[in-house]
Design a protein around this ligand. Structure first.
Ligand code: AHN
Ligand code: ZN
Length: 331
């Protein structure tokens, strides 16, 4: 018996058939579909990610209900469908800090929909209707262009989607581009204090997932992932809710030589889309977000007129995109 098993093992080592990957994780008796293969991690094409970022910015500010917002939504749906995703737009009625009602559009792209094991990748695609952190008060009511704050995260995820569409990892992927993240209460607003005025699209999704009983093993949120020399600290809600995800991301990044972006230190608490996914949907999700030691906690052009393509750097996009791909294809 021992001889036979050893013999089979040697045959398996010599051939590269479907049954021979790392078959230890096979759980059913139905042939090759459930056999986990060791996959080659694809190369993240940063020129492509940069282009997807610039194309969003070229529409102008993507403020909910604007023409640019509508055109950009159509662009995402067309591209993601072209990449082979099952794509839908989830529309949800949400209420702004000032009581204004509007329809948020979450863009959802799914790959390998029959796979029970899933990962959720998210970013927000809307831009802020106010530049309330701008040094010039005359700009406070102008929208933010959102090259870094919005477009960068979606640009990286569009490139991830393109690659996943070409070569699936072992796990199913859902990409959600959330709307209405950045319509939170402006600093100049003096009306009644409201809680939970940020992340309206993700709050809506977390309460009304696009699929009944939707589950993902974990999630990763990308927010402001394009700045030159960006610093990603381990955001505190992420550490509290999803330590294993944080550890995996920061370890992987270090292994790939990106530890000058992914700093091995705990940062601050940031209310972002991942907070509501963790709290309301119970999916452990970590936020990769660029924070600084400034007064706001973010880069000096954050929520100003200067959030332009000059603040998007290919090296940073590459570090984030390659780290995400590595996680998807090795787990
Ligand atoms: C707050 O300022 C409460 N959260 C930051 C979330 C954010 C805004 N990300 C991008 N813009
Ligand atoms: Zn913002």
């Amino acid at each position: 018996m021992k001889k036979t098993v050893t013999g089979l093992f040697i045959v398996c080592l010599l051939c590269s058939c479907n049954f021979c990957g790392s078959g230890a994780t096979e759980t059913t008796d139905t042939a090759s579909a459930s056999v986990q293969e060791t996959l080659v991690v694809p190369t993240f094409d940063v020129d492509s990610a940069y282009r997807y970022t610039a194309e969003q910015v070229a529409f102008g500010a993507r403020v909910p209900e604007s023409v640019a917002h509508k055109r950009c939504a159509d662009y995402f749906v067309a591209q993601l469908t072209r990449f082979g995703a099952t794509t839908m737009v989830q529309e949800g009625l949400v209420e702004r800090y000032d009581g204004k009602l509007f329809t948020a559009k979450n863009i959802i792209a799914s790959f390998d929909t029959i796979n029970k094991r899933r990962v959720l990748l998210c970013a927000h695609w809307d831009t802020r209707p106010f530049s309330d952190n701008d040094p010039d008060e005359a700009n406070w009511n102008k929208p933010v262009l959102g090259a870094n704050d919005g477009a960068s995260g979606c640009g990286v995820l569009m490139e991830v989607a393109r690659i996943v569409g070409q070569q699936m990892p072992n796990i199913g992927i859902d990409i959600i581009l959330f709307d209405a993240e950045d319509s939170g209460k402006p600093q100049f607003y003096t009306g009644a204090i409201q809680e939970h005025t940020w992340c309206l699209g993700s709050q809506y999704w977390a309460r009304n997932p696009h699929k009944k009983n939707y589950r993902a093993e974990y999630g990763i949120l990308l927010d402001m992932v394009g700045a030159p020399k960006a610093t990603f600290y381990k955001e505190r809600f992420s550490v509290n809710y999803a330590a294993f995800v944080v550890d995996n991301i920061w370890k992987t990044a270090a292994q790939l030589g990106y530890d000058h972006y992914f700093i091995d230190k705990i940062g601050t608490y940031i209310i972002d889309d991942h907070y509501y996914i963790n709290e309301l949907a119970g999916i452990p999700m970590a936020d990769i977000i660029h924070t600084t030691s400034s007064e706001t906690g973010f880069a000096d052009y954050w929520h100003t007129q200067n959030d332009t393509m000059e603040n998007v750097d290919k090296e940073t996009l590459k570090a984030v995109g390659q780290t995400v791909l590595h996680i998807l294809y090795t787990n």
